[in-house]
Design a protein around this ligand. Structure first.
Ligand code: GAR
Length: 196
């Protein structure tokens, strides 16, 4: 069992899943600590959450004319400084190339608000809700998976949870239920990874 794993969390926005990780580390539920939070967006609210928790909060912006691989190599250098056991993509909304992934083989974990093989990319929740309204699906879900290569929101699955749509619910109501489920699933999946 890994008593105090070092986690670097990459975010692009609100950071509610980062908050779930911070809380679980703080309460002792996760045998881990968040050693850095890095955002590609300067105004990501998750950076404020990190600062409030006393965790280094870093904005790493892509430079003008910087290639994707060059950015990823620079990002990997930044992450590596913190010697992470795992790198968690918790609402990180930028594709990562092998220039980043090959630096942390088997150690990059992504959260995605859909079931394996469905709705990869952005706006997964809204697209699933629209598909339900068209009568095409009766459920969607959330998943946590490893990121071995450049496939989008795809890779060996660590945990999933199905979420059924409920009659008459609005997109906002559905989103709130889904986010609550992903906060729980992400912590449970990390617990499993850290305890094995
Ligand atoms: C979460 O719903 C996460 O699953 C999703 O971004 C949101 C971030 O919310 N990730 C993706 O869509 C990845 N393709 P948060 O900033 O409040 O944690």
């Amino acid at each position: 069992m890994n008593k105090s794993a070092r986690l670097v969390v990459l975010i692009s926005g609100n950071g509610s899943n980062l908050q779930a990780i911070l809380d679980a580390c703080q309460s002792g539920e996760l045998p881990a600590g968040v050693v850095a939070v890095i955002s590609n967006q300067v105004d990501a609210y998750g950076l404020s959450r990190a600062r409030k928790a006393g965790v280094p909060a870093i904005h790493t912006a892509a430079l003008a004319d910087e290639s994707r691989r060059a950015y990823d190599a620079r990002l990997a250098d930044e992450v590596a400084r913190f010697q992470p056991d795992h790198v968690i993509l918790a609402g990180w909304m930028r594709l990562l190339t092998l220039a980043f992934l090959d630096r942390f083989p088997g150690r990059v974990i992504n959260l995605h608000p859909a079931l394996p093989g469905t709705f990869p990319g952005t706006h997964a929740i809204q697209r699933a809700y629209a598909a339900w309204q068209r009568g095409e699906i009766d459920r969607t879900g959330v998943m946590v998976h490893l990121v071995p290569n450049e496939s989008v929101d795809d890779g060996p699955v660590l945990a999933t949870q199905e979420i059924f749509f409920q009659a008459e619910e609005s997109l906002e109501q559905f989103e709130a239920r889904l986010h609550a489920a992903e906060h729980r699933l992400l912590v449970d999946a990390l617990k499993m990874v850290l305890n094995t």
